[in-house]
Write a protein that binds this ligand. Structure first.
Ligand SMILES: CC(C)(COP(=O)(O)OP(=O)(O)OC[C@H]1O[C@@H](n2cnc3c(N)ncnc32)[C@H](O)[C@@H]1OP(=O)(O)O)[C@@H](O)C(=O)NCCC(=O)NCCS
Length: 362
């Protein structure tokens, strides 16, 4: 096929690139996210943009190597999407939006138009998605479109002279074009002078202090030993990963009038036996803050998520942790003997608790 067809869903149009898209392509390639997550040349000059829209994209159509489309919304250039022809009914999807259109769902619409065209008109059977590990916006979009998430390929994606770990997923011709799995949310929840909220980069130092503190290290043996910034960042990545895989809803908690992280509360193992858990930054202990934060998470579990039962486990000798659960009305279910270890390697009993939706209603 010599040129991209023009396709529209009434809101978003995808079409062949034009010379006057160069300015938008130039602006898009200055954006830090585009530079971080794609292989655009850095620095990116206006000549790159002219060559991209005038030569590189048209050439993909003439030699059938890449079917690229400009995305247009309200008459304005909004990004570039493509299917790279891998032969034998296979293609790789690629996409990048101009910052002005992010968060509007426009790129998702554009990708749906392109995918249906590729499956119907190019006879595609399998479309593969790759992203550099950590590109959550890309992963969420692929998930929304119905791609599977099939894991991480170590040192696979070339990126400015390096090989980065790559996430990979697949969409088949006959797959439903909708999420295959549950992606949990950790929205802001507020009450009792406490706020549960998603994490931000700014939380990393406080997370490092909180998980590295002697008390946390003693009672939570699974925490990384002697954590530094890398472990703090890895903690935040794990929070995202567990939301994306229906495992755990983790919030940072803070005071209503101060955004500084005071601790963490989570609803763990959502797909198996939902369980409330928490830790507090050393500055926040002894003030009832964790009890209130756990209370908000417990209420969210029953009232918003509609759970029937919530479990909790604390090391039996850990009085403060048990107090958080008991103050929230959780009921003892028994002791599991020698079921846990402290960070110092001592074997301890585990105290079980639970709370049922029917307990809360009465
Ligand atoms: C990928 C891209 C096209 C997605 O655009 P978009 O769908 O309009 O959406 P946004 O960028 O607003 O983010 C999509 C979702 O990811 C989420 N997200 C973004 N960054 C995140 C992060 N660091 N952690 C967790 N979630 C994140 C957003 O909250 C949003 O979720 P929501 O819609 O449920 O609120 C756009 O971000 C982009 O052009 N990025 C640069 C180029 C790129 O990465 N291309 C893909 C290469 S594989």
């Amino acid at each position: 096929m010599a040129q991209a067809p023009t396709l529209t869903d009434g809101t978003v149009t995808i079409r062949a690139h034009r010379a006057d898209d160069a300015q938008g392509a130039y602006e898009q390639s200055q954006d830090p996210l585009s530079q971080r997550w794609t292989t655009v040349p850095v620095p990116y000059a206006m000549e790159h943009a002219h060559a991209f829209v005038g030569e590189f994209m048209p050439k993909g159509w003439t030699d059938d190597s890449e079917w690229g489309f400009a995305v247009e919304v309200d008459g304005r250039y909004a990004g570039t999407i493509s299917l790279r022809n891998e032969g034998s009914g296979r293609a790789e999807i690629a996409f990048g939006s101009h910052p002005w259109v992010r968060g509007t769902g426009a790129i998702e619409r554009a990708l749906r138009l392109m995918l249906e065209w590729g499956f119907a008109e190019q006879g595609l059977q399998t479309v593969v998605w790759y992203a550099n590990r950590g590109n959550w916006a890309s992963r969420k979009l692929a998930w929304r479109l119905g791609f599977s998430f099939d894991g991480t390929l170590r040192s696979w994606l070339p990126h400015r002279g390096e090989l980065l770990d790559g996430w990979v997923g697949i969409l088949l011709h006959d797959d439903p074009r909708e999420p295959r799995t549950t992606w949990l949310a950790n929205p802001v929840v507020e009450g009792d002078g406490v706020r549960l909220r998603p994490f931000t980069e700014a939380d990393v130092p406080r997370v490092v202090e909180g998980i590295g503190d002697a008390g946390t290290q003693y009672w939570l043996a699974f925490m990384p030993r002697d954590p530094g910034e890398a472990e703090g960042r890895a903690y935040l990545e794990t929070v995202q990963e567990r939301l994306a895989t229906n495992h755990t809803i983790t919030w940072a908690f803070c005071a209503s009038d101060d955004d500084r992280l005071l601790g963490v509360v989570g609803l763990y193992r959502m797909d198996v036996e939902p369980e409330v858990g928490y830790w507090a930054h050393p500055e926040a202990r002894g003030q009832g803050l964790t009890t209130r934060a756990a209370g908000l998470a417990i209420r969210y579990a029953f009232e918003t998520l509609g759970l029937e039962r919530l479990a909790a486990y604390a090391s039996a000798p850990h009085a403060a942790s048990r107090r958080v659960l008991e103050a929230n009305g959780m009921r003892p279910t028994g002791i599991q003997r020698n079921a846990a270890r402290t960070g110092a390697g001592e074997v301890v009993d585990l105290a079980g608790y639970d709370l049922l939706a029917t307990d809360v209603r009465t």
